[in-house]
Design a protein around this ligand. Sequence first.
Ligand code: ADP
Ligand code: ZN
Length: 290
Amino acid sequence: MLGAIEAGGTKFICAVGDEQGNIINRIQFPTTVPEETIPKVINFFNQYHLKAMGIGSFGPVDVNRESPTYGNITSTPKPGWRDFNFLETMKEAFPVPIGFNTDVNAAALGEATLGVAKGLDSCLYITVGTGIGAGAVVHGKLLQGLSHPEMGHIFVRRHEHDAYAGKCPYHHDCLEGLAAGPAIEGRWGEKGIQLVDRPEVWELEGYYLAQALYHYILILSPKKIILGGGVMHQQQVFTAIYKYLPEFVNGYVSLPELTGYIVRPGLGDLAGITGSLLLGKQALEKVSHE
Ligand code: ADP
Ligand code: ZN
């Protein structure tokens, strides 16, 4: 049995499953503070005999194995979680191989292994929810450099009619500051779900996301782009992206047919937790090779 944690800023999902990525049991609870949330995690996994575990966490996180703070959540504004030594805490409770990465990298791995990007050696997974984040598989591996990518915080050109200041605590009007769920609510005064009948909301959303995809395509040239997260439940956003992206590209690079290229997660809401399970599998394989 393998264990998996998808640690989100709003909720934690814990699951056990097999090495093929099948989830056997799963629970979720709200993310509060570590002192309250982590004991629930440990309680759940104590019911099982785990061989390995995978963690996909909200971040930023330290994913550099050489770093003394490897496995920590780093500069999150979320109260109680800043500098939390997540990996170390789990290792103390469960002394098994543990894979650790970002939630979106885990989701990208899940989609590349078992979802819509199965069989492809590259894909990009983007979540548009409380925040915006992206994970990438490149040459069959999760993309990592100095640290993990932070594609949600790129700068985009502001729409000429958009006067909203932006909501990112670090950069104000970066992509996340202009286009994540809380930015939609901040700009229009209501939550996304209440704005379904306001086409201008989703048009502007697509305008910003298409710019981001334009950059990601030029830089990474992914073979598939997967868009998940609460905001992407609005089909209207996909429609706006399909309209704006070709305008921005303007024939410079040739794109595949967009409705098959920019898609929803094949694993639906299970992309992240399935990917976390696969991170556990990778951790197990790594120790057995050493
Ligand atoms: P999280 O990012 O915390 O894991 P979600 O992906 O569900 O969670 O994102 C939550 C954000 O998405 C909130 O800002 C919420 O208002 C927005 N959202 C959730 N569902 C929808 C929907 N069906 N339509 C538009 N916006 C939504
Ligand atoms: Zn930002």
